[in-house]
Design a protein around this ligand. Structure first.
Ligand code: INI
Length: 156
């Protein structure tokens, strides 16, 4: 019979760091609400969650790397909103956040969930943070829970 290995959607016994950007906080606050909802619904107590606030999405990679180096968390959830209309350096901020976080996860072995919205408009960001199109903070936290559970199994 095939052996299927997959993560469980349970936060039991897991510790999470949520790194949340202050830039566009009217959106990232909503992502944080979604992420906390996912963690609590899957059984996480407040003591299992650390919230780390950073200025903007550019600061995600250095922060996630420092958090991973502490080896205190089973997964890191990054929540930000990069909105094209705000700045001509949209591509730099969004691109560096994405590639930097992928590198941190691959190099440290700590799963990093990418809950960073990259949208053309404020309306799209609102839609993806609890309005029409779900809440990407919730989704990112669910991914973090599954990956933390999966990696724990793969390491034992
Ligand atoms: N940071 C974001 O998280 N979202 C943005 O849309 C954004 N824009 O548009 O500039 C943004 N900029 C700030 C950046 O992340 C850094 O905090 C800043 O450049 C200082 O390093």
């Amino acid at each position: 019979m095939m052996n299927v290995i997959e993560g469980q959607l349970s936060s039991a016994g897991l510790r999470f760091a949520i790194v949340v950007a202050r830039f566009n906080s009217f959106i990232t606050d909503r992502l944080l609400t979604g992420a906390l909802d996912a963690l609590k619904r899957t059984g996480a107590a407040e003591e299992q969650i650390d919230i780390i606030r950073i200025p903007g999405s550019w600061e995600f990679p250095i922060t996630a790397r420092a958090v991973a180096a502490q080896k205190r968390h089973d997964a890191i959830i990054c929540l930000g909103a990069v909105i094209r209309g705000d700045t001509p350096h949209f591509e730099f901020v969004a691109g560096e956040a994405a590639s930097g976080l992928a590198r941190v996860a691959a190099e440290t072995g700590v799963p990093v969930a990418f809950g960073v919205l990259t949208t053309n408009t404020v309306e799209q960001a609102v839609d993806r943070s609890g309005a029409k199109s779900g809440n990407k903070g919730f989704d990112a936290a669910m991914t973090a829970i599954e990956m933390a559970s999966l990696l724990r199994q793969l390491k034992t």
